[in-house]
Design a protein around this ligand. Sequence first.
Ligand code: WTA
Length: 648
Amino acid sequence: MSEKIENLLGEDRTFDPPSSIVENANATQEWFDLANEDRLAYWQKQALERITWYKEPKEILDDSDAPFYKWFKDGELNLAYNCLDRHLETDGDRIAFYWEGEPGDSQEITYKDLYERVCKLSNGLKELDVKKGDRIAIYLGMTPEIVISMLACARIGAVHSVVFGGFSAEALADRINDAEAKVVITADGAWRRGDIVPLKQNVDDSLKLTDHIESVIVVKRTENDVTMVDGRDYWYSELVDKQEADCEPEVMNAEDMLYILYTSGTTAKPKGIVHTQAGYLTGVTTTHSAVFDVKEDDIYWCAADCGWVTGHSYIVYGPLANKTTSVMYEGAPNAPDEKRLWSIVEKYKVNIFYTAPTAIRAFMKWGVEHPQAHDLTSLRLLGTVGEPINPEAWMWYHENIGNESCAIVDTWWQTETGSIMITPLPGITSTKPGSACGPMPGIDAVVVDENGIEVSKGEGGYLAVKSPWPSMLRTVFGDEKRYIDTYWSKYDGMYFAGDGAKYDDDGYFWLLGRVDDVMNISGHRISTAEVESALVAHESVAEAAVIGRADEISGEAIAAFVTLIGGYEGNEELISTLRQHVSDKIGPIAKPKSIVITNDLPKTRSGKIMRRLLKDISEERKLGDVTTLANADIVSELQTRSSESRDE
Ligand code: WTA
C-alpha cells in the first residue's frame, strides 16, 4: 500500500467546478452548514422535503439499541408510491425510461406506463399469494421488467432480493435458501453480446438445490426454448396482462424491510445486506439530487446493472423518486461494437453519465476513435463508482468523454451504505483526479488508525464512519452477530468499512482498496474465500489460495494457487476445467484469470497461508518479509510458474 500512497502524493492537479454548474447547483454550501450545525435536523429536513408520507415521522433517530439504529421509525410511507403515483397528476406523460435493448429494439416508458405495469405485476404477485414481508428473488437481465419487479414488491410490501443475472444456478440457490424466497421472477434468457444467458435454465437447475420456491414467473425476452412446469411456472404476460392497472400501495413502516442484496464478505458465504424504507429513500434521493445535480429536463444515465446496489439506488429508487428521465441499456458496452454507449449518448442527448473505472479503462484500451465518432456535447456531468479510479483514467474520462468541460464525481460508497458517502459535489468541490474528495453533508466519515484515532493530514489508515446515517444497512439477514462482528467490532461505536484510505495534505480522501480478503474485480466484490471454497470443492484440489492481483483493466484479477490430490496431473486441461468449475459454482465474474498448480503453498510455521507473498509473486514484485516462511524453497518454484501462467 505504501507504494500506492507515494504515487498518489504526486497528484497535484486540481479542477474547479464548472461555472455553468456552480451558478444553479442543487447542493450548496448551506447544506454543509446545516449538517455541521445539527446533523439530525439536516436529515430530518431532507426526509420531510423529499418523501411523501402517509404519516410524517416525529422521531428522527433511535439509537437506544445500537448498532441496530432506527431512522424515522414512527413514519409511514410506500416507496412505489413515492417513485410513481405522486408524479402522475402533473407528470404522467414524462418519460421515466428510454430503454434500449441490446439487439437494437427500444421502448419509451412514461411514468404512467410504468405505474400501470407495476400495478399489474403487483396484482399478479398477490394472485400468487405473495404477502407483505415475503421474499421474492429477481433473476433478470436489464429489461424494464427488472425495475417493474422491484417496484411491484415495494408496492405490496414484499422484500426483493435481486440476484445478478451473471451468477450461476448454485449461487442463485444459495441466495434463495438464505432469504427463503417463495417466488422467483426470471426470463427465458438475457442478451449478452449477442449470446443468450439461459436464465430460466439456471433457475431450473437452482430449484434442484432449494425447496422454498412455490412459483416462477418467466418474462419472454430471447424466445429460446425453456421448460415450463405446470402449476409452478407462469409466463409473465399470462399472469400480468389480465390484471387491473391499479393496486392500492401497502402502508409501510419506515423500518420495514425493503430489500436484501447479497454481497461478498471475508467468508465463503455471502452476506444478505438488509435495507429498510424511509432512511434508504432519504439517502438515495438526497444524493441523487446533490451529486448528479439532476434537473427536470436532464437525461440521466446510470450504466450499471440492477443486480448490484448501484442499480438499486441510482437506476431505480433515487431517480424515480426524483422524477428523473433516465436511459436504461440492456446489453454489453461493445455490442455490436465499441461505439455502442456513445451512440446511445448521442441518440438521447444524455446529460449525466455514471459508470465504473473498469469500464473507463476498457474504453481507453478500445481507443478514442469510438467516442470521437459521436456527438457527446450534451454531457455536462460524469460519475464513477465501484473502485478507486487511477488518475490516468480520470484524465482520459475528462478529456475524451467530458470534452474537458464536464464536472466529474468520483463517488465512494458500498452496498452497506445504501447511498453515496464520499464524493465531490459538482457545484462546490474542486476535484483532484483520483480522489473521492470528501464526505457528503451529514456523513461523518473519517480515516483512523489501528486504534480508531483519526489520522492527521498526509497520513493513511482505515475508513470509518463515526455516526449512523439514514441509508445505512440495518443488519445482515438472519445473522445479527455477523452484522456486529463485521462492521461494529473493530472500533467502538464506529462503522468499519473495510477500505484503506488516506488524507492528503489538504484533507482530501484517497481510497486505497479493500483491507480484508475481498477482491474488487471490475468493480464487483468477490471474496477470496468464496473462490477458494469453489476450488476445493473440485475432486482434484487439495488446497487453494486465492488473491487479487493488480490488473490494468479490471483493477484486480483473480489469481489462484492450488495443490492437487495425489494421482491428478496438473496440466493445461485441468487448469481450464478448474476455471470453468469456479464459473459454474459462482458465475463467470469469479473465473480465475490464472491458476498455478504447485506442490505446496507458502506457509508460516503455524500453517497459515502467506497470501501477501502470493500477491508479491503474482505481481512480480520483490518479495516482502519471508522470515516467517516455513517452506522457503517453494517460493522460487512459484515465481517461475506464476510468470508462465500469465494471460490465461
Ligand atoms: C469499492 C459499490 C474507491 C470499495 C457502490 C468499497 C470504491 C466497495 C469506490 C463497495 C470509489 C466503491 N473509490 N473504491 N469511488 N466506490 N469502491 O458494495 O472498496 O459493490 O468498499 O458497492 O467498492 O462495493 P459495492
